[in-house]
Ligand binder design. Structure first.
Ligand SMILES: [Zn+2]
Length: 78
């Protein structure tokens, strides 16, 4: 849709992974400014990655896990 940016597609993942040079990053951001569909997609991917990273860094607290186990124990599946 829209811009049909295959270049965009190619740079998006490496950009999100921080694999691009400063120059390439500047180019990518320049494109995103002129290309709302890619900009939206980029922001979405960025949020998604942030969420995944946070979720991976913060495993379920033990206290919460124990609470869940407790709930399961007091309410066994019929
Ligand atoms: Zn684009």
């Amino acid at each position: 849709m829209g811009c049909g940016c295959t270049d965009c597609e190619a740079m998006m993942q490496p950009s999100l992974d921080g694999m691009l040079s400063d120059e390439e990053v500047a180019e990518a951001h320049d494109h995103l400014e002129r290309c709302p569909p890619c900009d939206r997609r980029y922001r979405f991917e960025e949020r998604l990655r942030h969420f995944v990273r946070v979720a991976a860094d913060e495993p379920m607290p033990l206290s919460l896990r124990e609470k869940l186990d407790g709930l399961r124990a007091t309410h066994p599946a019929a």
